[in-house]
Ligand binder design. Structure first.
Ligand code: SAM
Length: 254
């Protein structure tokens, strides 16, 4: 089983909420940015692709959008559902792999947040995900993707070991970076409830040019790129690479 199926499921809701209390707060602010950049009114349909515990899906649904949550981890989808009920919103939940999306021209927008892209074996597979995004969008629909900015990572990367405590979990990370493949490589040992689990995981990191190239290959047109959720430009000093793109309207005219 690939690490990206097993690891997130193993970590589960507790890890995500403990580690990410601050991230959950941030997601509420990020949802404001998402709403503004997508520019969608109440009732429009949004797919949160790789939604995790629904950090963004819930505030977006609260603002009136009809949100479908898609993730491979049933554990995290169940957490999203519980949190959604607590927040008084209804989410549609679908489990599956991002390479196989079961829709055709259904959504006004798709979002893919917090480094949920780049795990697969090669750029052929990454492009397959983007082709799926293209297919499930209505003509003129928008796609917002948020990944680390490889320029920033390469400039600030430090190989080595880091130990951190996340509630009941001890996490030991050893970091490596493969410049030829453009991927980080992380060996992580988790110690939880007397159990030890070891994962080797790796993520393709993209420069703006590389990701814009893949998006174009899948038929998506870049509208604007940002280096942060407060709208700063993509630059060496900005950690994030957030790209808003669009599926052209019929006949390729946007
Ligand atoms: C870093 S988390 C981000 C979650 C969420 N977007 C957020 O901002 O909190 C990555 C998510 O991608 C999901 N995932 C990983 N590989 C996947 C795949 N092949 N298909 C569908 N979901 C996948 C994981 O289960 C996990 O929930």
């Amino acid at each position: 089983m690939p690490w990206y199926y097993e690891m997130f499921d193993f970590l589960g809701e507790e890890y995500f909420t403990l580690l990410n209390r601050e991230k959950i707060r941030k997601a509420r602010r990020e949802a404001g940015f998402i709403l503004e950049t997508l520019g969608l009114g109440p009732g429009r349909r949004v797919l949160d692709l790789c939604c995790g515990i629904g950090r963004h899906a819930i505030p977006l649904a609260k603002s009136g959008l009809a949100v479908t949550c898609f993730d491979h981890s049933r554990t995290l989808l169940e957490a999203a559902q519980r949190e959604g009920i607590k927040a008084g919103v209804e989410l549609q939940l679908v489990a599956g792999d991002m390479r196989e999306l079961p829709w055709e021209e259904e959504f006004d927008a798709v979002i893919n947040m917090w480094t949920s892209f780049g795990y697969l074996a090669d750029d052929g597979e990454h492009c397959r995900v983007l082709e799926n995004v293209y297919r499930v969008l209505k003509p003129g629909g928008k796609f917002l993707i948020d990944v680390p900015n490889r320029d920033w990572v390469a400039r600030n990367f430090e190989a080595g070991r880091e130990i951190r405590e996340v509630g009941p979990v001890t996490e030991i990370n050893e970091f490596g970076f493969d410049s030829l493949a453009g991927r980080d490589h992380i060996r992580t040992t988790y110690l939880k409830d007397g159990l030890e689990r070891y994962f080797e995981h790796s993520c393709r990191l993209f420069t703006y040019q590389e990701l814009a190239g893949l998006l174009a290959q899948a038929g998506l047109q870049v509208v604007k790129a940002y280096g942060s959720f407060d709208g700063r430009p993509v630059a060496l000093d900005n950690k994030q690479l957030i790209i808003l793109c669009r599926k052209p309207k019929v006949g390729g005219v946007s």
